[in-house]
Design a protein around this ligand. Structure first.
Ligand SMILES: Cc1ncc(COP(=O)(O)O)c(C=O)c1O
Length: 489
């Protein structure tokens, strides 16, 4: 088959064209049994292929037909030995990666700023996380990835680890030297699992950071839906055979996946793969040009700074994705949150994210110069109106120490817990997550021993107005800890 073909999408179209009489789910039956307003809005075309795993349409849980053909084409396009489609986002693919290599008590080396799906998988599997501090950029107030040096140290101290997880590139588009990280891990026979949520496109253009498969990683969980043109929630899991078994990957992915897999999502993966393979390079080249134009123009605006290639050169900043626009707004004297709200209210612009010091805008083949110029107009106006309203926002980011882990996160999660006053919690084992965002690094994860320094760190962050995230309604007065059972006198 060639990359110009879309066996899954075409299989669905052919099936729908036959207009079969459906005595199977989904019960809306091509939309006829559905609310009329929604049906009209969504359209008959979409509803005619909102189907289920009946005989002619293959089964994601044991693919042999059109889904297998589509996955094989994706594997070829992404340079993988096997590609698995996920209808549960990259979160589902990440949980699969972790649970493929880790069982109860197994060590996994992970950056401290991992996505919550990694921690969920660590809790589900009973694995023991070995944390590496990511590099923090004090100028920007964001965290980057992990360095080759920190990976070497972590692996030398834990040669029995069952896996190393790397975020590449980061949400902000920064990547470390992934190829070297893979070589280090492989010299210890440790498989490398890449969270490639923000890098589906990087495989298709040489001006972008190296993809997980190009770097020789063993698995990558890749959000096609974020930057690759498929529908929200559709992702892929790429696998290179050797240190991991594709059969085990299929088994775990299947255990974590709904049996009612959406064919709209699956078909959108098929067509997104075709577009990336056939025209990806050309589309991404245009996107890079557009993003560089916006970057250049932003850097002409007083008191705004859009990060570019000058950020490269440290171990954590080996390469970057120019289609991500990290716009530092701290010199305006307002926070990124305020800028986000201002852009929404004044220009109907929605950014990808904001924090205290920055906003992040992503540019994709879905953008044109028209949108770019509206953003620039808005930012020029913002700069003109807001300059020097207050002092520059201070972006000093301190890092807390990583506390000792007394219980696996799973044991802590399932243990009996109680609430204790914040100031009396030192020495107890915490049962919840607490993090400061930005830079999104947990201060405590379940199972860690509460230290005085880290309690002070939380208080300091709250005092200076940094957003400390904990469980719902967290106000730093009480902490949930593992219940102690005192001896009966
Ligand atoms: C770094 C990172 N990893 C994983 C994910 C999860 O991806 P998904 O939303 O496709 O489940 C995200 C989502 O934002 C992310 O930012």
């Amino acid at each position: 088959m060639s990359q110009f073909e879309t066996p899954l999408f075409n299989g669905l179209l052919e099936h729908a064209k036959k207009n079969p009489i459906q005595f199977h789910i989904p019960g809306h039956k091509k939309g006829v049994g559905m609310d009329a307003d929604f049906r009209e809005f969504i359209g008959d075309n979409a509803l005619s292929i909102d189907l289920i795993n009946i005989g002619p349409l293959d089964d994601l849980h044991a693919p042999k037909g059109i889904i297998k053909q589509a996955q094989d084409l994706a594997a070829e396009a992404f340079g993988a030995d096997y590609t698995f489609f996920s209808v549960q986002g990259t979160s589902g693919a990440i949980m699969t990666m972790v649970m493929t290599v880790c069982g109860p008590g197994d060590k996994i080396i992970v950056p401290r700023n991992v996505h919550k799906s990694v921690m969920s998988a660590i809790i589900f599997s009973g694995a023991l996380p070995i944390f590496i501090h990511p590099e923090v950029d004090e100028q920007l107030g964001i965290s980057h990835g992990i360095t080759t040096d920190s990976v070497t140290r972590a692996i030398e101290q834990n040669p029995d680890a069952k896996g190393l997880l790397v975020i590449n590139p980061t949400y902000f588009g920064i990547s470390a030297d992934l190829k070297q990280i893979v070589e280090i891990a492989h010299s210890f026979d440790i498989p490398v699992l890449v969270d490639e949520a923000h890098g589906v496109h990087i495989h298709f253009h040489e001006k972008l950071p190296m993809s997980a498969m190009q770097a020789g990683a063993d698995m990558s969980a890749t959000s096609v839906h974020k930057l690759g043109g498929s529908m929200t929630q559709s992702s892929i899991l790429n696998v290179k055979e050797g240190l991991v078994s594709p059969k085990r990957v299929q088994t775990i992915l299947s255990m974590l996946t709904t049996t009612s897999t959406s064919y709209l999502l699956l078909a959108s993966l098929d067509v997104a793969r075709k577009q990336l393979a056939v025209k990806g390079h050309e589309l991404i080249e245009e996107t890079i040009q557009l993003a560089q134009y916006i970057r250049h123009e932003i850097n002409q605006i007083e008191h705004l700074y859009c990060v570019g290639a000058e950020i490269l050169g440290s171990m954590a900043t080996f390469d970057y994705d120019p289609t991500k626009l990290i716009i530092s707004v701290k010199e305006l004297g307002i926070t990124g949150y305020e800028v986000e709200k201002w852009l929404r209210g004044m220009y109907n612009i929605e950014v990808e994210l904001s924090d205290l010091y920055n906003i992040l805008c992503i540019v994709t083949p879905g953008d044109t110069k028209r949108e770019a110029d509206i953003l620039l107009k808005a930012l020029r106006e913002l700069s003109k109106n807001r300059i020097k309203r207050t002092e520059q926002i201070e972006s000093k980011v301190l890092l807390p120490d990583i506390p000792l882990l007394a219980l696996t996160p799973r044991d802590a999660f399932y243990a009996e817990t109680e609430l204790v006053p914040f100031d009396q919690s030192e020495g107890r084992i915490i049962a919840e997550f607490i993090m400061v965002y930005p830079p999104g690094i947990p201060i405590f994860i379940p199972g860690e021993i509460i230290t005085k320094d880290n309690l002070l760190y939380i208080k300091k962050n709250i005092e200076v107005g940094l957003p400390v995230q904990g469980p719902e309604n967290f106000d730093a007065r009480m902490l949930r800890v593992i219940k102690e059972h005192k001896a009966i006198q």
